[in-house]
Design a protein around this ligand. Structure first.
Ligand code: IMP
Length: 180
């Protein structure tokens, strides 16, 4: 059996750490969105495991929806953010929390926030499991961040390398030997 865990150089954030941080983020969201029925807009595919873990701990009324956005190929951004057909009308008047797996250049969230400017929404905030700060990062003003990580390519808990490794239950650094 080929075990994908063997292609991880080292574990950066454990399953338990992710779970504990999701609880903390959920309680911040509860406090900030009472009586607002927030709409958690999950950027798929990468953010699905994060959304699933986070919403278990949110006890206030809320809804979620998914939007398919992509810009990455292999280990780098193409610089071209594509949002697949999404009916933005349903966001009108809503308090939106964008659920993202990782902020790298910030281009994805910046582009999405720009798109939302033309719609009369209630408010928009960002909740990202990871933030990979770098010199060229666009400041997207993320309100909720799970973990700050070093500038390394990470996989697991939804994060992929060419669509693989999303099913690892933790965040890890990929073994360079596994890079194709
Ligand atoms: P940004 O637009 O550069 O902020 O990149 C955001 C997207 O790039 C994320 O949603 C991921 O899909 C992808 N990405 C950025 N860094 C990594 C990484 O270290 N591992 C896997 N995917 C990444």
């Amino acid at each position: 059996m080929k075990d994908i865990n063997e292609e991880v150089l080292r574990v950066l954030i454990t399953e338990e750490q992710i779970d504990a941080r999701c609880k903390e983020l959920a309680s911040q969201i509860e406090a900030d969105y009472e009586n607002k029925n927030p709409l958690l807009l999950c950027l798929i595919n990468g953010s699905l495991p994060f959304l699933g873990n986070l919403i278990k701990y949110i006890r206030i009324p809320m809804e979620y929806d998914c939007i398919r956005v992509h810009s990455y190929q292999g280990q780098s951004s193409t610089g071209n953010v594509i949002v697949e057909n999404y009916n933005f009308d349903k966001l009108k008047g809503r308090h939106i929390i964008l659920i993202e797996d990782i902020i790298d250049t910030g281009l994805t969230l910046h582009t999405l926030k720009q798109m939302l400017k033309s719609i009369p929404i209630g408010s928009v905030e960002i909740c990202s499991l990871l933030n990979k700060p770098g010199l060229n990062q666009i400041d997207v003003g993320a309100k909720y961040i799970g973990f700050e990580i070093p500038s390394e390519f990470v996989i697991g808990f939804g994060l992929d390398y060419n669509e693989q490794y999303r099913n690892l239950p933790y965040i890890g650094i990929m073994n360079p030997k596994a890079i194709k």
